[in-house]
Ligand binder design. Sequence first.
Ligand SMILES: Cc1cc2nc3c(=O)[nH]c(=O)nc-3n(C[C@H](O)[C@H](O)[C@H](O)COP(=O)(O)OP(=O)(O)OC[C@H]3O[C@@H](n4cnc5c(N)ncnc54)[C@H](O)[C@@H]3O)c2cc1C
Length: 344
Amino acid sequence: MTRKIVIIGGVGGGATVAAQLRREDAESEIIVLDKGSHIAFSNCGMPYHIGGLVKNRDDILYSTEQFRKKYKVTVHTNTEVKAINRSTQRIYYQAALDAGELGFDKLILAPGASAIIPNIEGLNPQRTFPLHTISDMDNISDFIETKKPQSVAIVGAGFVGLEMVENLRERGLKCTIIDRSSQAIKIIDEDLAAIVENHLNDKGVQILLDDGLASCSNDGKTLHLNSGRKVEADLIIMAVGIKPNTELAIDADLKIGTTGAIAVNEYMQTSDPNIYALGDVVEAPDTVTGTPRHVALAWPAHRQAYIIARHLTGATASFNGTQGSAILKVFDLTVGATGLIAIN
Ligand SMILES: Cc1cc2nc3c(=O)[nH]c(=O)nc-3n(C[C@H](O)[C@H](O)[C@H](O)COP(=O)(O)OP(=O)(O)OC[C@H]3O[C@@H](n4cnc5c(N)ncnc54)[C@H](O)[C@@H]3O)c2cc1C
């Protein structure tokens, strides 16, 4: 009998698991549902489209029609899964024009994470944007085109924040980056972070550390920091982190781990063996310490997709953990990190 495999989320983890699975299994019916309008796009390319390096927007997108044909997969975009019923093995979705339900033999959760927007008094959503989805990217590009901002404050000096600084400098904006910790890029050592911070200064970026955004005024253009400092900015990029999209899993009573992400075994099965999960929504053991860690990067999602495809087709490859290896370009520097840092 043909199996029905339903995948929730169709980008980093979801599209990859669909493609990997089809390579191993020509028979199963594979159905991907994504609440966004695009699947299999390159999140990593978004800052560079905003900066103008990737001129053609289509270069970071993958045609849904092509994906359907190439992998013989059914894809429903603009379709949000609202609930999972484990006992009847059905999911319930809401699409633009209709609502419906689908049965599954195996379910794969790849709903990723959402950008955190802190509840800050006076923040104006018309000029404050995260960068997590294609619509976020389009909103930022449209704002730059139509409102012609001269200055930007980037809140958060992590990977996305720093990529945005470089790309918005490229667009000619005066950049200020704000972070409440004492260094940029928390996952590297302090002395290396100092090199990055000096380089940002050399490139004309103001970097304010040990300081957080307390409130905004003046139509969201004046940022008041915890220290009492004020920053003026026409545009704010909120890059303070993400939280895993665990609502469906929590409602379905699947086990959530100590980091707040979904707990899975080495084959990426959740506490229900018919339901797998991968990518930004799961935690995995750290390779060094073995303790659960939430690492939101493309490599673990891709590797986990392979593990799930293998497991669903009878093989026993397992996911043994993550080191969080990552690499980042900051203007003329390349910053790499792997493993853990010592915290004093
Ligand atoms: C700006 C940016 C730059 C990045 N750069 C890098 C990089 O250089 N290197 C790197 O390794 N990683 C990078 N990442 C991280 C990487 O993109 C993610 O780790 C990876 O995409 C995770 O895959 P995922 O499938 O878990 O989540 P996603 O790729 O985010 O996909 C989740 C999908 O699920 C959909 N969804 C959510 N809930 C539902 C629901 N209820 N019903 C239907 N659909 C739903 C969402 O619409 C989304 O399309 C970057 C991320 C961003 C935002």
